[in-house]
Design a protein around this ligand. Structure first.
Ligand SMILES: [Zn+2]
Length: 373
């Protein structure tokens, strides 16, 4: 399932959003609707949504700029309802630097909240005026934006995955123990906090804590999984981990010709070759579909997915974990010194890491996260 959608690029950093970000928009629309929105408030709600988006981007810019200060360039930002995730390749080896990069995001939101505070007078009166709890309007816009930034800053400091606080907790735990164990403990704490939030929501009959709790429960396992994989993948390059033994078909052969091969072979993806170069990939179902439609003479070239995404053999595996995981079975051709060297997919990388990189202590936990029993 596609879960992340691209918006565009800023300074070469790709900006995309996770589908759950739409839930936030839905939530605000719902709150407005329940409050009985007036037409002029629709415009304010729209401005408010843009302001939230900018506040989250400012949060991510905080992470990215602090990383840049330590000489690390962020490659992408994914927006989530409760903040975002900045893809920062190869996190620093110094834990102090990692903590500063992680703290920089919430710090930006808290700074914005502090500055906006100057424009809200008297502050406490706003909190107690029921008018300000509902729809956004010209009178309470700055107050609402202040509350949003305060919430973003504080919420991201909660010590649970996938929030910044969870990552900071993991780094602090790792001062005294192996990083895999630290990640595991941070993940267990995330499950406890998520469950408590759901319970709280039920007790006080509020939807928001339940939604946040569910979000933490779902996201924390994935966060632990990726962090564990990144830890054991540290230092591994694609040229070391690629498959030399893969199934390929020629771009110019016909479906009829290839169909015999499918019976003896259970690969889901094939790499499409032409003159010794990888030119695309094809899923076996595309070939089967073509046979079912009795299009026997169609050439593989016409059915394949032209593969524009080559991975350089010198790239580090740890920087591609999320990308590979988003399409577990898809094959990516790997180039070494401009030559096609082999292929990788997520499943293969996991097996490679389990065989070569994981210590026995790490092995069991990662195997279970990967669903390999
Ligand atoms: Zn953050």
């Amino acid at each position: 399932m596609k879960t992340v959608f691209s918006i565009g690029r800023i300074f070469g950093i790709s900006i995309s959003f996770h589908w759950t970000f739409l839930l936030l928009i839905l939530w605000i629309a719902l709150v407005d609707f329940m409050a009985g929105i007036r037409p002029e408030e629709i415009v304010w709600t729209f401005i408010f949504l843009i302001s939230i988006l900018l506040s989250i981007l400012a949060h991510e810019a905080g992470h990215a700029l602090m990383a840049y200060y330590f000489g690390i360039r962020a490659t992408g930002v994914i927006l989530l309802p409760a903040g975002g995730v900045a893809s920062i390749p190869s996190l620093p080896k110094k834990p102090g630097q990692e903590i500063l990069i992680t703290l920089a995001g919430p710090a930006v939101n808290l700074a914005i909240a502090a500055i906006l505070l100057l424009f809200v007078h008297p502050y406490s009166a706003y909190w107690f005026d029921p008018e300000n709890i509902g729809a956004v309007n010209g009178g309470n816009f700055i107050f609402q934006l202040q509350v949003i930034n305060l919430s973003l800053g504080l919420f991201n400091l909660v010590p649970a995955f996938p929030m910044d606080g969870g990552r900071i907790l993991r780094i602090i735990l790792a001062f005294n123990m192996n990083i895999v164990k630290a990640t595991r403990i941070a993940s267990i704490l995330s499950l406890i906090i998520g469950s408590l939030l759901i319970l709280l929501g039920i007790v006080i009959v509020q939807v928001l804590p339940v939604l946040i709790g569910l979000f933490i429960l779902f996201a924390s396992r994935a966060e632990e999984y990726y962090l564990q994989l990144k830890t054991i993948a540290h230092g591994v390059r694609f040229k070391d981990a690629l498959m030399h033994d893969y199934d390929s078909v020629d771009a110019n052969t016909t479906v009829m010709h290839v169909s015999a091969m499918l019976i003896n072979n259970h690969s889901k993806f094939f790499i499409v070759m032409e003159n010794g170069n990888a030119v695309g990939t094809i899923h076996r179902i595309r070939i089967i579909e073509s046979i079912a439609e009795m299009k026997y003479d169609v050439k593989i070239r016409a059915l394949m997915k032209p593969n524009l995404e080559f991975i350089d053999g010198n790239e580090k595996v740890e920087n591609y974990i999320e990308k590979l995981a988003s399409k577990e079975e898809r094959l990516y051709p790997v180039m070494d010194h401009n030559h096609f060297a082999g292929v990788v997919n997520f499943q293969h990388i996991i097996e490679y890491l389990l065989l070569h990189a994981a210590s026995s202590r790490e092995y069991g936990r990662i195997k279970s996260l990967a669903g390999l029993g």
